[in-house]
Each structure stands twice: as C-alpha cells, then as structure tokens.
Write a protein that binds this ligand. Structure first.
Ligand code: MGD
Ligand code: MGD
Ligand code: SF4
Ligand code: MO
Length: 678
C-alpha cells in the first residue's frame, strides 16, 4: 500500500518507458496509471508497463536527498555541498587533464530539454565526450541510413503504416517491445490482410500472425538478406523505373546479385531456401511494403553492415517514400529519438550537424554564443573502458551501465577505478553503487518538457506531482550544474525557454510551438503551413548531396566469438514485463508478479544433449563470466541458440557478452556470444 502524500493533479503526460510514446494519466484516488485519448494511443490503450508506471514514482526506495560516498556507504548531504563537491572535483580534473578527461552520459529516458542542456554543457566545457544509449541500440541503423538516405529516422508514420500490404519485420519483436504499435496499428492491418514476414532466430508473439518465419542463425542476417536481394534480381522483380530515376548506376551491384548462389547463402544463414524465395517474392511484388527493424540487426559487431544489406531491399524494389512503404527502425526508450535529435552524441551536434563541419559548428555558435569543439568524443563503451585511464570524471544521467553495457566485469572494474563519478538517477542503482556523489532526480510524472517518440512525434510531458523529499526536477539540476561549471550562461527561466532555443538549434524542430504541443503532437520535420508535420520522408528524393541513393555490395562478416566444442550461441533481448536494466520494473509489484526472474530459453534437442530438464538450474559460462539461471526448454528457440533477457542484475547476462564494437557505429555485440551451458 502506498503512503503517497504529495499533491497529485490528474493532468496528462507521456509514458516513461518505450518509444511508442503513449499518453498516461494517474487516477487521483487509486494512484493507478491509465491512458487518455492521446496522439499515439488514440483510444487510451496501454500495456502492462504503462499500467505500472506510477509505481516508480511512489516507490519507497526513491532517492530523496543527494548522497556522498563515505567509506563503503553513502551519507546524505545538502544540494550546496553536492554541487560544491562536483564543481571542485570536475574543475580539478579539467585543470589537470583538460576537458576530454570528463565524460557525460545523457539519458534517452529523459526530456529533450534536459538532453539539450547537458549536451550544451559538455560542449561549452570543450569536450564532445557525450553520448546516450542510442549507441547501444539503433546507432548502427542510424549510421547506415544516414549514409545511404541522409536520414536515420523512421521514414513513415504509424498511421500510414496501417496501409501496407506486407510487413517485413527483421530482428524486432514489436508484440513485446512496442506493444501498442503492434496491437493498435499492425494487428488491425494484419486482420484486414497485411502479410507478415518475420526474420528472427526465435518464434515470438510477433511470429504468430506471420505467413513466413525465417529463423536466421544469430549473426547471419547478411547472407539471408543477400539471398532475398538476389532472388528479387534473379527473378526480375526489381523496379527498374525507380532504380533509373532515384539510384546511382547499379550495373555492378546487379551483376553481383545475379551471381549470388541463393541456396548457399540461405543455408549459411541456417534457413531453407524455398521460404526465402517465397518471402522475397511476397515483399517485392507488394504494392506497399514496409520494413521494421530492431536490435536483432543492429546489435552486432557488424550491425552497420547488417543494416546496409537490409537497405538494399527497399532500394531494389522502390519500396520507400510512399504511405505504407518505407523503412522503420522501432526506437527504444520514450525519448531515444529526441536525445539524438538534441545531439547528445560524440560526433553529432543538435539537428545532426557534424562536429567536424565548420558550417555546422558556426550554426550552433550563432545560437549558443560559443563554438562547439571539433574533435569527436568517446562513444559510451569507449568511454567506460577509458574510465580511470584517460577519463577521470564522469556524469551519468539516467543510465545504468553496470547492468546494461557488455562485458560487465570489465565495466565494473572501470567504474571502480574512475577518480570521480556522479550518478544522477531516481534510485540507488547498480551503477550508483560506484558513485562518489548521487543526485536525486525527478521521475516522469514530476517533470515538464518534451519527448520525441519513434515516429518523430514531439509531445509534452506535464508534472502531475512534485519530486519526493529534496529531490529536484532533472532540468533544474542540470541547469544549476551548468551554471556552476560553465563560463557561458545557462540561465533559463522555464522549460519552454529551453524548448524555444531548441527550435532555433535543431532545424527539424523549427516551426514547432510549445503551446500547440499542450496535449497534441507535432511530427518533425514541420513543413511551412503544415503544423502536424511530415508523415512520409524521402518521397521525391533522398537527403543525400545529389538526392540519389546506391545499392551496396555487402559481404558476410563472421561473428566476433568463435564457437568452441559443444558451445551454443547466446542471444539476448527483452520480455514485455521488464524494461532494460530493470532498475524501474524490478521494483514494480504489478510487473514482478507477472515475471519475477530470468530464465534461459533452450531448444529441447540441446537440453536433452546436456540432460537438462525444464525448470533445472543451469550454469551459462564463457571466458568472460558465468551466471546461474533456470532453464526453460522450448522449441520456440532454434537448435544451437539460447536466449536470456538483460533485465536482471542477478543473473547478470552482460558478464557473458563481448565488447567488440562495430567499426562504424561502435555498437557492441549483444546478440551473439559463445557460451557453455551445463
Ligand atoms: N518490454 C520492453 N519493451 C522495450 C524495452 C524493454 O526492455 N522491455 N526496451 C526498449 C528499447 S531500449 C529498445 S532498443 C527496444 C528494442 O526492441 P527490439 O528491437 O524488438 O529488441 P530485442 O528484444 O532486443 O530484439 C529483437 C529480436 O531480435 C532477435 N534476434 C536476436 N539475434 C538476432 C539476429 O542475429 N538476427 C535477427 N534477425 N534477429 C535476432 C531476438 O530473438 C529478438 O526477438 O525495445 C524497447 N521496448
Ligand atoms: N545483453 C543486452 N544488453 C543490452 C541490450 C540488449 O538487447 N542485450 N540492449 C541495450 C539497449 S538497446 C539499451 S537502450 C541499453 C539501456 O541501457 P540503460 O539506459 O543503462 O538502461 P535503463 O534501465 O533504461 O537505465 C535507465 C536509468 O535511468 C534511470 N531513470 C529513469 N527515468 C529517469 C528520470 O526521469 N530521471 C533520472 N534522473 N533517471 C531516470 C533509471 O532508474 C535507470 O537507472 O541497454 C543495452 N544493453
Ligand atoms: S507501449 Fe510503450 S509507451 Fe505504450 S504504455 Fe506500453 S511501455 Fe508505455
Ligand atoms: Mo534501446
């Protein structure tokens, strides 16, 4: 029973969890979260995590005062003392080692305004060492899409995607991870006849309505996608008029695809060739076909190459730039799109300018009054791995890398070895355990500001209550920090004032109005006179220098971990009840009642070979670490592969994952680790 005694208004806000961006409100009597007729969940529908969202606000474990490390424990300190300490330690590090000895982690769980201010602060200090966990997520997708199309966002709106004839869903599980998109947009279309092709090593709830399931071996998407592209070309299903009008010369690439041995490529990917051909025909012949892509594609040390192989399909078939037709990365947290739009990335400025471009830096200087630094900073995994080495001070805002970064034993050693660490969170998380100072921030229902969902809709959050105890709104904390640390002015009188500056600094947000967003949404980019924004991108041309795109010859990249004798491939992902590190959902009574612990999905054949029965306790191990977990024996997972989530600190699955990074996007390999199961 909650003894919640803060004032509570029944205004509306946005769900703090996934990138769908559903509207939530909280009942004043029961304190239960529910939906409202919001821009995304138009009938007020929500999923179990949305329903549990107010529990984190009232949780008794909330941080209510700043804390300082004192020996092996933490003691409460005043805000003044906390800021004094941060100011003196960060200044000392800055003076001794220069600005790049500091590193800032922004938060995809927090607002555009908060991310914008933190990014501006890092740059005003002279470092581009700022990143957000889009790095661990869709960085590979965005890198490939920006390279080929000039933009990395969903090319379509959820609304127009209900008009597709075919959904090709690759390495994503929207039934579980984007439940309201699946239930309220995709399923109604599927019931009316839209066909589904699902490429995933596992059978999931997303597979259920599929006519084609291609159970690819983890890490082998490139040969599979190439087999699909080759089928399209070899059967003459490519769209020559689209290719002539909108692509660079494709003669060499078509010759390569004509020579591809489809059977060989399908069998390398572990899939029968006939369903591959049939899926290729279904996708290519559709009038309107949309691709959805997720972590199964991006979270590999060849994530960018995976996505390049995928992008060949819409380009060969002309399935891009029309309603119901395009390529759509399903984004992770409620503001991962926005955090990246705000430029909390080490090589990217607000609005996707490059730190290396003088013109882009000048554009920001005109708004900021100072020029951002030119050297790209460290990405997240690079940064934690440099803790205690070249990075001496870090500020981690709304992330829990001790649980979520790969090769967790190394990450924890590094967290332990950094000179000075500030963690700004809602709870004493596994990462906060390593902090010198912990700052108590505000939860979703305690903030004003905007967030940007997966289909580029900017929406407003509203404070339903105030933060507990001495905890403060996140934006207030970040502004005070900036005023203390930076020589430049960070005085903002309101959240709206920050948003207004964002509309000047981020071209995609130009023309938006904080007032219009009150309970509505505006989708970027806003064209003049179209206040709702642009639903379908890339209609006439690509956002490249000459407006054209190219087919890319992509070769298979072998997984980083080689399989030893008797080893299985561990791939990781999510369940509907829990969210990322589980920092919030593991505390929820509603959600832990639904699922209290993790399990290892293992195929009956692999289980029998190891005399493992359903419900047995098993050990999963490799050179990096070892965890103990309950076995769930199920044919939903293919032979040779096992699956766990990363939502639990115990068992900590990321002690098993490797930190080999994709060379372009620097995303780690979460979806393929060699393990021994016994
Ligand atoms: N319930 C819930 N919802 C969430 C989250 C959550 O933690 N819980 N997190 C949010 C975040 S941050 C994100 S990024 C999104 C992620 O949403 P998704 O992209 O759907 O994420 P995952 O479940 O990690 O992976 C998707 C699928 O990839 C498959 N897969 C694994 N390896 C491979 C491979 O090599 N190739 C292919 N083709 N598929 C593979 C897995 O079996 C899995 O079903 O979800 C968001 N929504
Ligand atoms: N093995 C494996 N590992 C993975 C993945 C995988 O598929 N497999 N997926 C990766 C992906 S896609 C992602 S995005 C990352 C996620 O990695 P993280 O971002 O580290 O995970 P979260 O649990 O979302 O951490 C959010 C933190 O922010 C805090 N927080 C939430 N809301 C607020 C707020 O309003 N204010 C403040 N101040 N704090 C807040 C929470 O308490 C929590 O500690 O994990 C990655 N790790
Ligand atoms: S689908 Fe996502 S945004 Fe909607 S209620 Fe569930 S967790 Fe929240
Ligand atoms: Mo993510």
């Amino acid at each position: 029973m909650s003894n919640f005694d803060r004032p509570l208004t029944e205004t509306t806000s946005i769900c703090p969890y996934c990138g769908v961006g559903c509207g939530l409100t909280v009942n004043k009597e029961t304190h239960k979260a529910g939906g409202w007729k919001a821009p995304v969940n138009k009938r007020g529908e929500i999923c179990p995590k949305g329903a549990a969202a107010f529990e984190m606000v009232t949780d008794e474990g909330r941080l209510t005062t700043p804390l300082a490390k004192d020996g092996d424990s933490f003691v409460p300190i005043s805000w003044d003392d906390a800021f004094d300490r941060i100011e003196s330690e960060f200044s000392a590090i800055f003076n001794e080692h220069g600005p790049t000895a500091l590193s800032f982690f922004a938060s995809s769980n927090c607002s555009n305004e908060e991310n914008y201010v933190l990014g501006k602060l890092a740059r005003s200090l002279g470092t581009n060492n700022i990143d957000n966990c889009a790095r661990l997520c869709h960085s590979a997708t965005v890198a490939a899409m920006r390279d080929r199309f000039g933009t990395g966002a969903m090319t379509n709106s959820l609304e127009d995607l209900t008009e597709s004839d075919v959904y090709l869903i690759v390495g994503a599980n929207p039934a579980v991870n984007h439940p309201i998109i699946f239930r309220s947009y995709l399923l109604p279309a599927i019931r009316k006849g839209t066909k589904v092709i699902h490429i995933d090593p596992r059978e999931t709830d997303t597979t259920r309505p599929a006519t084609h399931h291609l159970p690819v071996k983890p890490g082998y998407d490139i040969p599979l996608l190439t087999a699909i592209a080759a089928t399209i070309v070899q059967e003459g299903l490519h769209d020559t008029s689209f290719i002539d009008a909108r692509l660079h010369n494709v003669d060499d690439e078509l010759a390569w695809l004509r020579a591809v041995d489809i059977d060989e490529h399908a069998s390398l990917a572990g899939v029968d060739p006939e369903p591959v051909r049939s899926a290729a025909r279904l996708y290519a012949r559709a009038d309107r076909a949309a691709i959805f892509t997720g972590m199964g594609m991006s979270q590999h040390h060849c994530g960018t190459a995976n996505v390049h192989a995928l992008l060949n399909l819409p380009l060969l078939t002309g399935h891009i730039g029309k309603p119901g037709t395009g390529i759509n990365p399903l984004r992770g947290q409620n503001n991962v799109q926005g955090a990246s739009d705000m430029g909390t990335l080490p090589d990217t400025l607000p609005g996707y300018g490059s730190v290396a471009s003088e013109a882009d830096r000048d554009r920001l200087e005109a708004v900021w009054g100072f020029e951002p630094p030119t050297e790209p900073g460290l990405t997240e995994v690079e940064a934690t791995h440099a803790f205690g080495d070249t990075v001496h001070g870090a500020y981690i805002f709304g992330e829990n890398p001790a649980v979520t970064e790969p090769n967790a034993s190394v990450v924890r050693e590094r967290l332990d070895s950094i000179d000075f660490l500030v963690v700004h969170d809602l709870f004493e998380t596994e990462t906060a355990a390593y902090a010198d100072i912990i700052l108590p921030g505000s939860a979703w229902a305690e903030r004003e500001g905007t967030v940007t969902n997966t289909d580029r809709q900017v929406q407003r959050m509203h404070a339903l209550t105030e933060p507990p105890g001495d905890a403060k709104p996140d934006l207030e904390i970040l502004c005070e920090l900036a005023e203390r640390l930076s020589a430049h002015s960070f005085r903002y009188d309101s959240t709206e004032e920050v948003f207004t500056e964002i509309t000047e600094a981020v071209p995609q947000y130009s023309g938006m109005s904080y007032d219009k967003l009150a309970t509505g949404s505006q989708r970027w980019p806003i064209a003049h006179g179209d206040a709702a924004g642009t639903a379908v991108l890339l209609r006439e041309q690509f956002q490249t220098t000459d407006g054209k795109a190219s087919i890319r010859h992509v070769e298979h990249v072998p997984p980083a971990d080689e399989l030893g004798e008797g080893q299985l491939v561990l791939t990781t992902g999510r369940v509907i009840e829990h969210f990322n590190s589980g920092a919030l959902t593991r505390r929820s009574g509603i959600l832990t009642k639904m699922r209290a612990s993790d399990e290892l999905q293992i195929n009956p054949v692999d289980a029998a070979a190891r005399t493992i029965k359903d419900g047995d306790t098993v050990t999963v191990s490799n050179d990096r670490g070892s965890v103990t977990v309950t076995a769930s024996v199920t044919p939903a997972i293919q032979e040779g592969t096992v699956f766990m989530t990363f939502h639990f600190a115990d068992p900590l699955v990321n002690t098993l994952t490797g930190d080999e990074l994709d060379p372009v996007a620097k995303i780690p390999e979460y979806k393929h680790s060699a393990v021994t199961v016994s």
